[in-house]
Design a protein. Structure first.
Ligand SMILES: Nc1ncnc2c1ncn2[C@@H]1O[C@H](COP(=O)(O)OP(=O)(O)OP(=O)(O)O)[C@@H](O)[C@H]1O
Ligand SMILES: [Mg+2]
Length: 259
């Protein structure tokens, strides 16, 4: 059984004055340990899809199951990381990374120790007693990653977590996140606008259509690329070929829009 099973989900937003069909008939199974990227035109429904997987948002129809159980609300089994880090400025880094544990009633000496260990792994052990404003954007995103991993979720949802960072920091963080996720044997879904990032990090790339989003095409990343760290993968011919394929497919959406 796949870890995550998305079955015929649809999502329509209703307001007093408008109806917006965001997602239409998405089916997807994500295996344990798999790293999936989701790409697609701006505004097509990527965040909507992730929010439904996290349990924060209910589908209009269809089901989403994690480990065979239907998702109806957020659970500690799923971690969600956004473009902005949403660290609390008035709490120290130590308090920030243990906040999820605390709100879920899981904070013990042992779980706090594990969180601090993760912070060390991210190279930030010496910053545990400072406040978020004293850290750079890349450091804050690493703290947000630790906060997400601290509750030991099975499934990680990452919504453009690197997009606000400068290019060099982004590349370093891609490598770090990739190796951390593989080491801890997590399953992950990354939303990104960046084709290179998607290829470098994933096992499969799911391309969504324009809104209402359906799955347009799924690209499998060749095994020869998957063994490489994201930074290495970017320098191979295989990488460039796949980039070209995906680029052309995304461009075809743009042409349909203007023609
Ligand atoms: N709470 C909401 N109420 C009404 N409409 C919404 C709501 N949230 C999103 N939408 C609409 O649903 C569609 C999909 O939005 P969503 O944020 O999921 O897209 P996205 O693919 O994540 O976009 P981006 O690439 O800009 O991050 C958009 O047309 C958006 O305006
Ligand atoms: Mg979005």
């Amino acid at each position: 059984m796949a870890l995550l099973e998305i079955n015929k989900i649809e999502k329509t937003y209703f307001s007093k004055t408008s109806v917006t069909e965001a997602i239409k008939d998405i089916n997807l199974a994500v295996e344990r340990g798999e790293f999936i990227s989701i790409i697609g035109p701006s505004g097509c429904g990527k965040t909507t899809l992730l929010s439904m997987i996290s349990g924060l948002l209910k589908p209009t129809s269809g089901t989403i199951k994690l480990d065979g159980k239907q998702i109806t609300k957020p659970t500690p089994e799923t971690g969600y990381m956004l473009q902005q880090d949403y660290l609390f400025p008035w709490l120290s880094i130590r308090r920030n990374i243990t906040l999820g544990l605390k709100t879920m009633g899981l904070l013990t000496k042992e779980t706090e120790c594990h969180a601090l260990h993760l912070l060390n792994e991210m190279g930030l052990g010496e910053f545990k007693d400072v406040y978020p404003s004293q850290l750079s954007g890349g450091m804050r995103q690493r703290v947000a990653l630790v906060r997400m991993l601290a509750t030991q979720p099975k499934l990680l949802l990452l919504d453009e977590p690197f997009s606000a960072l400068d290019f060099q920091t982004k590349l370093k963080l891609e490598d770090l996140v990739h190796s951390t996720i593989k080491e801890h044997e997590k399953t992950a879904i990354l939303v990104t606008h960046d084709i290179s990032e998607a290829i470098a990090m994933s096992d499969r790339i799911v391309m969504l259509s324009r809104r209402p989003a359906t799955i347009h095409r799924i690209f499998k990343v060749p095994d020869a690329l998957k063994g490489l760290e994201p930074f290495e993968a970017r320098n191979t011919a295989l990488f460039n070929d796949l980039f070209q394929d995906i680029w052309e497919e995304l461009e075809s959406f743009e042409h349909k829009r203007t023609s």
